[in-house]
Write a protein that binds this ligand. Structure first.
Ligand code: IVH
Length: 692
């Protein structure tokens, strides 16, 4: 897309526009270049802070000169308004599906059929991954993205342009005109990478929301979301793999040449800044080579950043594609080679209800053991009562189970046509299956809970979480031992780990001298773990590792957290209302404080990483920076404040001493003006405070 020289020029321009005033066009060129480096190459050349600075400069210029705003400006991705009902739009060319093949013989047969339809025996095939996401169609007119649509029924789909604009790797502007292209329709797939999928599910889990089943559903569901901002949060990607319609003008020569082949079309799209399978595809002149390539790819399948469910083989020459034509369902010039299924059917034997460490009651399906992708699956979480009801699952059902790569297995659906009438309804218990206390379902939540914090199941799960790898990491005290010790009355709660009666333990089977030494030293070692691990290990609701780290850095001792007001907690980085309330509640509870004190007296580290109150000139003072400062970058100004002993706050409150306001300071300035106690200063005032 960008040559080495262009990259150098744009990098120079970047430094220039970061320092001096720049034109709208310069800022847009530079921002588009950095979007490309970030979203397409995954190789950014500037920091997020620098990107934000550039973005804000463009935003400012556009706010001051609204006549300069264009639809394809990098500032125009983020739609603020919600999607209304999606309008149905006809595709320029029907979006057909692909015929499937499952083995080498199927491909050999297809090759024969193609050869029977094409005028030449010199046929090239291009093979590439078959992406497992949601298909989309994009239209660009006069270099601008004018429409994005879902597949729908293949003839017409939903207009989801606003949501597609949230996907960073979809260019809003691409110089098709350089190739003599006035209008083009492109096909592709919207995906979520496996890594982002996992992160997103962790986020959902921390909010008590059941996880999404797989990256495909995550992508497909995203396209039809009402709120574009939520689409953005899902960090989707789009890979484009087919040009379905093109209108060329008199300058057509350059584009026409590339568009003669599929590989050329991918090259053209790649050169314009799209993500495509250009680097993964290979062109072959025999079907045997195609078969080996597909087989090799299947082996590598799990090493790719996203899910693929097979390969797609296409006749490379567009002229020959036209000679083969299409049926009403699929083109004859392309075929999917499907990888081995990651789905299998099995019988739902029973549903057990498990109580988690926060008391959540999760239905777990026990199924007849079934092999999927080399793993035997016997147990599958059903998340909550709503999921069970939605899928209309019944005991005795034959169910379709899917397990993709490292995604946890899930039940896709019951095969209701195989029902005999003997299947039984799944009845959700009204009482905790462990302590028998009545279950409650808090307002607005999908999960039933046992609220007896002394419920045996919760206590055991809390201990298991406390010793887990990302918490205190006491490996020799695994789940099985904890359950055993608890049953025998040797371990009753978290502090009990540090007063374990080793003499009694050593009498148990499997606890010879060596394992005893391992156990003792692992428990001893854990005493020195950093505070963030202890905080995470305490299992405070909504407090994941990231929040635990923030808390660990904000205090000198964990006990200081008991003195934090709700407001002070909310001022900490990235801690929202729900999380701060949960932390506040936890530290106001005397039982929890008693546990922490017992741990401390057993020698567990409770010291945080808060830098000693600095002796700097800003010591004891709190700061918040807003707007564009005349000389300092936001990040640098914040660093200066901290280096001089100041504390940064993330919102305006009575605890704020100084609001350093630059240009275009918005709501924070307004709020600070209302709260009379805050001093509003400019960059120079701030610099004067730290100058000797
Ligand atoms: S080509 C007219 N290439 O798979 C043929 N399709 O199961 C255009 N798909 O509807 C499609 N990866 O949504 C093509 N590399 C790829 C693909 C791909 C995934 C999807 C596409 C298609 C479906 C058929």
């Amino acid at each position: 897309m960008y040559t080495k020289e262009q990259t150098q020029v744009l990098q120079l321009l970047t430094s220039k526009v970061l320092k001096d005033a720049a034109s709208v066009d310069q800022l847009r060129d530079v921002l588009r270049f950095h979007e490309f480096r970030y979203y397409i190459l995954n190789d950014p050349l500037i920091s997020d802070v620098e990107y934000d600075t550039l973005y804000k400069s463009l935003e400012k210029l556009e706010t001051e000169n609204p006549e300069l705003i264009t639809d394809d400006s990098p500032t125009q991705r983020i739609g603020s308004s919600l999607n209304k009902d999606f309008v149905t739009v006809a595709h320029l060319v029907p979006m057909l599906s692909l015929d499937n093949s499952y083995n080498s013989q199927d491909l050999v047969d297809w090759d024969k059929r193609v050869r029977g339809l094409v005028s030449s025996s010199n046929i090239e095939y291009s093979a590439e991954p078959k992406f497992d996401g949601a298909s989309i169609s994009l239209i660009y007119e006069n270099d601008k993205l004018t429409r994005g649509a879902t597949r729908g029924d293949g003839i017409a789909g939903d207009d989801v342009t606003t949501n597609i604009r949230q996907i960073g790797s979809v260019p809003l502007f691409a110089k098709f005109s350089d190739y003599g292209i006035d209008k083009i329709e492109i096909r592709g797939e919207v995906l979520m990478t496996k890594e982002n999928f996992k992160k997103y599910n962790l986020l959902l889990a921390s909010e008590g929301i059941p996880p999404l089943a797989n990256p495909r559903n995550a992508a497909a569901g995203s396209l039809r979301m009402k709120d574009p901002a939520s689409v953005r949060k899902r960090r989707l990607e789009a890979i484009l793999y087919h040009v379905s319609f093109v209108s060329l003008n008199e300058k057509k020569i350059k584009g026409a040449e590339l568009l003669k082949t599929h590989a050329g079309s991918l090259e053209l799209l790649t050169s314009l800044g799209f993500k495509t399978p250009f680097n993964d595809k290979r062109v072959f002149s025999s079907i045997e080579e195609v078969v080996s390539f597909c087989e090799e790819f299947e082996v590598r399948r799990d090493t790719l950043p996203y899910e693929i469910d097979g390969m797609v083989i296409k006749v490379n020459s567009v002229e020959y594609q036209q000679q083969t034509g299409s049926t009403t369902h699929h083109p004859r010039w392309a075929i999917a080679y499907k990888f081995k299924a990651r789905q299998a059917s099995s019988k739902l034997l029973k549903v057990e209800f498990q109580v988690g460490r926060t008391g959540s009651v999760t239905p777990v399906a026990k199924i007849e053991p079934v092999q999927i992708g080399g793993v035997t699956v016997t147990s599958i979480s059903l998340f909550n009562a709503d999921v069970v009801a939605e899928k209309d699952l019944r005991i005795g059902d034959t169910v379709l189970v899917e397990r993709a790569g490292d995604v946890i297995p899930y039940i896709v659906k019951p095969l209701s046509e195989l029902r005999t009438g003997k299947e039984k309804k799944i009845i959700f218990p009204e009482n905790c299956p462990v302590c028998y206390d009545p279950l409650v379902k808090p307002e607005g939540e999908a999960i039933w809970r046992c609220i007896n914090i002394n419920c045996e199941a919760q206590v055991v799960e809390r201990i298991i979480h406390f010793v887990s790898k990302d918490a205190m990491d006491i490996r020799s005290l695994g789940e099985a031992n904890i359950r055993k010790f608890y049953k025998l009355g040797l371990l009753k709660n978290i502090p009990g780990i540090y007063t374990l009666d080793y003499k009694e333990v050593s009498k148990l089977e499997g606890f010879g001298e060596k394992s005893m030494n391992n156990l003792k030293s692992a428990i001893d070692r854990s005493k020195a773990q950093s505070l963030n691990r202890l905080i995470f290990g305490l299992g405070i609701r909504y407090v994941g590792e990231t929040t635990a780290k923030v808390l660990g850095k904000s205090v000198e001792s964990i006990l200081d957290l008991a003195n934090f007001s709700l407001e002070e907690l909310q001022e900490l980085k990235d801690i929202g209302d729900k999380v701060s309330e949960s932390i506040f509640e936890f530290f106001q509870n005397a039982d929890n404080i008693a546990i922490i004190k017992t741990l401390a007296s057993a020698g567990i580290n409770i010291k945080g990483d808060k830098k000693e109150a600095s002796t700097g000139t800003l010591s004891g003072k709190t700061f918040l920076f807003t707007g564009t400062l005349p000389t300092l970058k936001r990040g640098d100004a914040e660093k200066l404040a901290e280096e001089n002993g100041g504390k940064l706050l993330s919102s305006v409150s009575n605890n704020l001493n100084y609001l350093v306001a630059g240009d275009s300071a918005g709501s924070k300035l307004e709020k600070a003006m209302k709260l009379k106690t805050i001093q509003i200063i400019n960059e120079q005032d701030f610099l004067n405070m730290i100058q000797p």
